[in-house]
Design a protein around this ligand. Sequence first.
Ligand SMILES: [Zn+2]
Length: 428
Amino acid sequence: MKLLRNARLYGREGVHDVEIDGARFGRVLPAGQGKGETFLDAADALVSPPFVEPHVHLDTTLTAGEPRWNASGSLWEGIAVWSERKATLTRDDVVSRASEVLRWYAANGVLHVRSHVDVTDPGLVALDAMIEVREQVRDVIDLQLVAFPQEGIVSFENGPELLEEAARRGVDVIGAIPHFEDTREDGVRSLEIAFDVAQRHGLLLDTHCDEIDDEQSRFVEVLATLARRGGLGSRATASHTTAMGSYNGAYSYKLQRVLARSGINLVCNPLANLCLQGRFDDYPKRRGLTQVKEMLGAGVNVAFGHDDVMDPWFPLGTAFPLQVALTGIAAAQLTGAAEIAEAYAMVTERAARVLSLGDRYGIEPGRPASFVVLPASSPFDAVRRQTRPSHVVAHGRLIAETPPAPTRLSWPGRAPEDIDFVRERDRA
Ligand SMILES: [Zn+2]
């Protein structure tokens, strides 16, 4: 039995020792009471379950500028640019780009990732490559793959057959993109098809839903109702839902009830959608994000995702969830102390609920010994100072270390000192 010592555990008061029994957690004890060899001394730092990425596109990652940049910055031009790049995809190309970004995720303490994979490709090249990657990274990162029909199900040639084939080849989640289908009715039909495939194969459901600044795009109510009537509940997720940023008050109120009753999850992707949405607006320009604060208030589970890391839809990013959380806080006006703590949950435990991780996640006896050590006093502090994990542990194995890197400042009238942006009165 080894020991993680002096950990300020996420969600618990005080400082604890945690037993690590091979790849699993043992007991959680008050600090100083654990017996055994020291695995790691957290020195009162925050110890949290790993970060969870609920929404990224690893097949498109690291392709920004190929074959050209998305000049308008709109979602639609992004899809057109990607369609050109997709024609040149090979297995090696997908495997090397996806693996590189997964190494970034692991270094940042993200050990559960849900990646959408475009299956509107008759060869399903990216899907086969990503299934290989899922296997390669299994000991470190738990990777869920979504069959994502980027160019539609009903409106794309053989769309339903490609979705079915993706399910047969072994995805974890079925997707859809109803707002991209040619008509509203096609959009509804596409959700019914996706729901049917997910049910027959026993898979989760996560659709790109209402990612458009059109207040008449209302597919999320259809998805929620399918999920409720079919008993899918929290196994279903609506990603993006940016049209919600344009819904009127009366409809929003009705929708809160429909979503809360259904139990489905929402994923907001602030980095990408702040950039993609509002492109057809004059001033005032809409934010184009889902109703984060209101839906949390209504009891709906909402998580934050990165969506794109250097691709035609968002050219920046380092796969670091606290950057996403900080952006989400500013964009969704989550500035109360409790709301900032909630934003941290949106890249950890709330995102874990999106992935239906259940007892595969969390610092509890018998669960996988996977965690991050953050040199911070609280989730609030970690978000504010954008703290990178000093240690990342996956299944009882230390996989990443980031030494502290304070800035040495020489200031008139003071001895040279290290600046780490902790407020002096908080340090005592
Ligand atoms: Zn997406």
